[in-house]
Design a protein around this ligand. Structure first.
Ligand code: SF4
Ligand code: SF4
Length: 255
């Protein structure tokens, strides 16, 4: 499965710095991406025009990166008229690029963009990515979830313990189970512990860590949510909430 673009309904652009902004809510990112996409459609594919586009986006968005090391690329936009697919507007297959690769204009340079694969590509087995792909149909949630190795593995570790095996058949989950999965995955987009937060940090660059994996799934999910929202949720109520959600998910999957 192509983790970056699993199907025609969603895609990811986390490594383009999409979520590395102080307001990473869906509504805010959608508006910025839509405005970039409209402007890019009328931008000539010349170095001067692309540079002007870059400056115009910077001025319009006044980006404050959460992490100064991660570039927030101005060239991430929507690649389809429905605004389902986020991605690189400099890619040779992007609209109106006529197979010309323009990624040399990127801060990282063309080679870095072409060669980068986030840790989730290697660290999430297909049984996990397939379920995520079936449960999520929205680019904003997909980019937050599919790249978070610890979050996804913690959910599956919990389910594997309940099932007593890691080879339960995740390919035949019914709609009820997929809805329950979606409710848990949605914690990355709306978490009850952070109702007013605008931060939605992506964990796309965080590699699998066996020390973290020795903690319980509940603790790991809590850590993942704390990272995403950049807040501490260290309370029994938050743990209860995660545990209840996981138990509901297990019931939907296995009953
Ligand atoms: S963060 Fe990973 S899945 Fe997302 S676009 Fe980059 S390489 Fe692809
Ligand atoms: S130029 Fe590179 S960083 Fe920018 S949107 Fe394209 S792939 Fe992402």
């Amino acid at each position: 499965m192509n983790l970056c673009v699993p199907d025609s309904k969603k895609s990811c652009a986390a490594c383009c710095g999409l979520y590395n902004v102080t307001n990473g809510t869906r509504q805010h990112l959608e508006r910025n991406l839509a405005e970039r996409t409209i402007l890019f459609a009328t931008t000539e594919r010349t170095a001067d025009s692309l540079e002007s586009f870059q400056h115009a986006v910077r001025r319009a968005e006044s980006v404050q990166p959460l992490d100064s090391i991660i570039h927030v690329c101005e060239f991430a936009g929507f690649l389809d008229t429905e605004h389902s697919l986020v991605g690189c507007m400099l890619h040779p297959s992007a609209p109106d690029n006529r197979n010309v690769d323009l990624r040399g204009m990127c801060h990282y340079g063309s080679m870095a963009c072409k060669a980068f694969y986030c840790p989730a590509w290697k660290e999430l087995p297909s049984r996990m990515t397939k379920v995520i792909c079936s449960a999520v149909e929205d680019w904003h949630l997909y980019g937050l979830v599919a790249t978070d190795v610890h979050f996804v593995r913690a959910i599956f570790d919990f389910l594997d313990v309940v099932a007593g095996t890691d080879s339960w058949d995740s390919e035949v989950l019914n709609n009820k189970a997929l809805s329950a999965f979606r409710r848990v995955l949605l914690w990355k987009q709306h978490w009850q512990g952070a109702p007013c937060s605008h931060v939605r940090r992506s964990a796309y660059y965080i590699k699998r860590d066996s020390c973290i994996e020795s903690k319980s799934p509940v603790e790991r999910i809590l850590g993942s949510l704390e990272f995403a929202y950049r807040e501490s949720f260290d309370s029994p109520a938050m743990r209860d909430c995660i545990e209840t959600g996981l138990n509901d998910l297990a019931a939907a999957c296995f009953s």
